[in-house]
Design a protein. Structure first.
Length: 761
């Protein structure tokens, strides 16, 4: 376990005083009664006509320079109305202001009561601004300024606040009429108001005063803690950059308070959580790290035990208090709902949470779950539990390790990101020295390093697989290094499916003839045992993709022929995940012979002899005859020795069957070769051999009827079966048909057509 997780948690635990040099937010308000001398009651949101009336009774706002008070619209362009001419009240105003002051005190880290004194009403019309300046102490006890933006329609006019080497840019616009935006900052902070680009903004400016005696509040300072945290994070980032595998990929610091999704934001953190976030917000960039706020979700399930050990006497109405959680069997831990310090969205999706990334490592050991449910023991299953934890957490990672962190979320996250990088690189027509290309190259390397091991079966459904999608993107990026590694380790590592072939052949175009031939041989040799059809399709496509002997395909062809299955009864034992699906499809034989005829006629002839030698694997009717229908129609190969050998055997097989007599049954006697000799099945056999009876009713319990139906299906008896539900027990009604004859007649028709085609070939 890396010491960084313990050291960082210990350092942040010493940062207890919350607050920052500024705070801001929004507050729901019931419209206060605002009255201005010379104008009257002001409607909110502010109307354009009343904005003009306010400007008419206002005066240009001055600014201070030393002991002088000056008016210069190049420095400050806005309108002001003195506090004595402004009257604000209403039933709910006092409560609204008190709630805002409580949030301001917490945000600024002030532990004592504070008061707000209206200083001025400011009207910022289009083009209004105020350059960088500091507020002076206007009244005794003033330590900060509160700006309260009343509901109005405007754009621009952001408030920029600076303190030491930090800067905050706040937009006090509120689109919702029932909300007002506010910001407060210490008086010694440099701040400015950027130009209002449209509309008009109406703000009340308050002096914030301490109510008690003592020193004036100052912005919290964590310079020493920030320096130590910066050093910790810098050492960690350097270790990851140097390839330290023991160092965690990211750091996760769970917060103390509970936050809903609506409250999940840096500006809404409380108490010590806000203090820790402020320290990290300053330390992370200095150490080359990214900081986010996220929601930790942990879901666990496992075995449960009765609290007093007398589970056998419990009723099904037992309460959760009577259980204790036992061993955890399944656990899923993720991070989601990402927030950046500046409030902008971060579309990162769900990332896994690893135990070694928690700060401290035992952060969740004594935490009560948010949800917990116990389940009674039933049947052969014992009592069990399910529980869930939800906590907000601060999450860090080295900025230059972002792609490695993203890769933890797997291909659902990395593939779209790689696709976006590829599109950007192609659209900008950049070369492989560009930052975007190198970012895509790095991400592909991370994806390759964590590509999962082969499944026991391969999903060969329609549509491009993740392998195919990745190869296609790497081909567009012309990243031959990653393509080569991907083909060698992923596809030649036993993860090859038919739907990957087009992308694989497109990627192989990046290489010279010799390397392409070697890669194809490796892919086929590694996968033919478990993905026979996919390899046959790959070889057939390769013949088309590399015509006229441009690439030697003999090595791949030889590997495919060497892997051809023979007698299934003597197949070599394999691991469970290696078991090939039973049977061989006719499409594979088509691909095999088509490709081999183009590559090496001797190999084609040998393959044809092999498939004919094992009729249980390559059935004449199920595989070879359907395959020959397609092969006999291909002009380029139908005269080849392999096709002709298949043709001769298939023609002999069909002729032998066509000369057999075919006659419809003359009575109701039917074949009675059954696989069971119980009393009920013996009675069924007697019915089948009866030349007179067409229908038989078997009245019996459900189990006996089910057994008889299974016997009929297994023997493919010429019977239609229904259930007569009149009376008890029900009856199975068996009616003879001529299904066997119909099947033979259909087969005869197909045999004649096939013979006609094959004899013309």
């Amino acid at each position: 376990m890396s010491a960084i997780t313990t050291d960082l948690a210990e350092e942040l635990s010493t940062v207890r005083r919350p607050g920052d040099f500024f705070t801001f937010g929004t507050a729901e308000i019931l419209a206060p009664r605002l009255e201005v001398d010379g104008v009257g009651v002001i409607a909110l949101p502010l109307l354009a006509v009343q904005a003009a009336e306010l400007v008419a009774v206002a005066e240009r706002a001055p600014y201070g320079r030393g002991a002088d008070t000056l008016i210069d619209t190049d420095v400050r362009r806005t309108w002001q109305i003195s506090a004595g001419r402004v009257h604000i009240g209403g039933k709910h105003w006092a409560a609204t202001l008190a709630a805002v002051l409580a949030r301001v005190a917490e945000g600024l880290g002030v532990g004592e009561p504070i008061a707000a004194e209206l200083y001025k009403l400011l009207v910022y019309d289009q083009g209004s601004f105020f350059v960088s300046h500091r507020d002076t102490e206007k009244v005794p006890g003033m330590f900060a300024t509160l700006v309260f933006a009343l509901p109005s329609v405007s754009t621009g006019g952001e408030l920029v606040i600076r303190h030491k080497d930090r800067e905050a840019r706040l937009d006090l616009k509120c689109e919702e009429p029932s909300e007002a935006a506010f910001a407060a900052f210490y008086a010694d902070c440099v701040h400015e108001v950027l130009p209002v680009t449209s509309g008009c903004r109406l703000t009340m400016v308050f002096n914030l005063l301490r109510k008690g005696k003592g020193p004036k509040p100052e912005p919290p300072s964590y310079a020493a803690e920030q320096a130590r945290v910066t050093a910790l994070l810098g050492a960690w980032a350097g270790a990851k950059r140097g390839g330290d595998e023991d160092a965690p990929e990211k750091l996760i610091y769970p917060l103390e308070h509970a936050y809903t999704l609506a409250e999940l934001g840096f500006d809404k953190l409380k108490g010590a959580d806000a203090a820790a976030a402020n320290v990290l917000a300053a330390a992370a960039p200095a150490a080359g790290c990214d900081l986010h706020l996220a929601l930790v979700s942990i879901e666990e399930s496992g075995t449960a035990e009765y609290a007093d050990g007398y589970g056998s006497r419990r009723s099904r109405w037992s309460s959760d208090d009577e259980f204790e959680a036992g061993e955890v069997c399944d656990r899923d831990a993720t991070l989601s709902e990402w927030r950046r310090p500046d409030g902008t969205p971060a579309a990162l999706g769900a990332l896994p949470l690893e135990a070694e990334e928690l700060c401290p490592p035992d952060a969740f050991d004594d935490v009560e779950p948010d949800e917990q449910e116990f389940h009674e023991a039933t049947g052969n299953e014992g009592a069990s539990f399910e529980r869930a934890y939800r906590r907000a957490a601060l999450v860090l990672w080295p900025r230059d390790r972002f792609l490695a962190v993203l890769n933890q979320a797997g291909r659902p996250a990395t593939l779209p990101y790689l696709r976006d990088l590829t599109e950007r690189w192609v659209a900008d027509a950049e070369d492989r020295n560009s930052a975007v290309w190198h970012e895509a190259h790095e991400l592909a390397g991370h994806m390759l390093s964590t590509w999962p091991a082969p499944e026991w079966w391969l999903d060969d459904t329609e549509g491009p697989s993740e392998i195919a999608q990745t190869l296609a993107l790497l081909t567009r990026l012309e990243d031959s290094e990653r393509i080569r590694a991907f083909l060698e380790t992923v596809i030649a590592g036993g993860r090859h499916a038919r739907r990957d072939n087009e992308a694989a052949l497109g990627a192989l175009q990046m290489f010279g003839p010799d390397e392409t031939a070697a890669l194809l041989e490796r892919i086929v040799a590694a996968n033919a045992l478990n993905s026979l059809e996919a390899c046959g399709d790959l070889l057939a496509r390769a013949v088309v993709a590399f015509p006229n002997g441009k690439v030697s395909l003999r090595g791949a062809a030889r590997a495919l022929v060497d892997a051809l299955p023979g007698d299934p009864a003597h197949a070599e034992p394999r691991a469970s995940w290696q078991q090939r699906a039973p049977g061989v499809k006719s499409s594979f034989v088509v691909d095999l012979i088509t490709a081999l005829e183009a590559v090496d006629e001797t190999l084609a002839g040998g393959a044809a002899s092999h498939v004919l030698a094992w009729p249980k694997t390559y059935g004449l009717d199920a595989v070879l005859v359907p395959a020959l229908r397609q092969l006999a129609g291909v002009e380029a190969i139908k005269r080849g020795a392999a096709v002709q050998l298949l043709r001769r055997v298939c023609v002999d097989h069909l002729r032998a069957r066509v000369v057999q007599p075919l006659e419809a049954p003359k009575d109701w006697r039917r074949t009675s070769k059954l696989g069971c000799r119980c009393a009920d099945c013996t009675e069924l056999a007697d019915f089948l051999t009866d030349s007179v009876r067409r229908t038989w009713m078997f009245k019996a319990a459900e189990v006996a009827r089910g057994h008889l139906e299974q016997t009929i299906r297994n023997a493919r008896c010429d019977l239609d079966v229904t259930t007569d539900r009149r009376g008890r027990p029900y009856s199975l009604v068996c009616t003879k048909n001529q299904a066997s004859y119909d099947r033979r007649a259909k087969q005869r028709s197909q045999d004649v057509a096939d013979l006609e085609q094959f004899e013309e070939s």
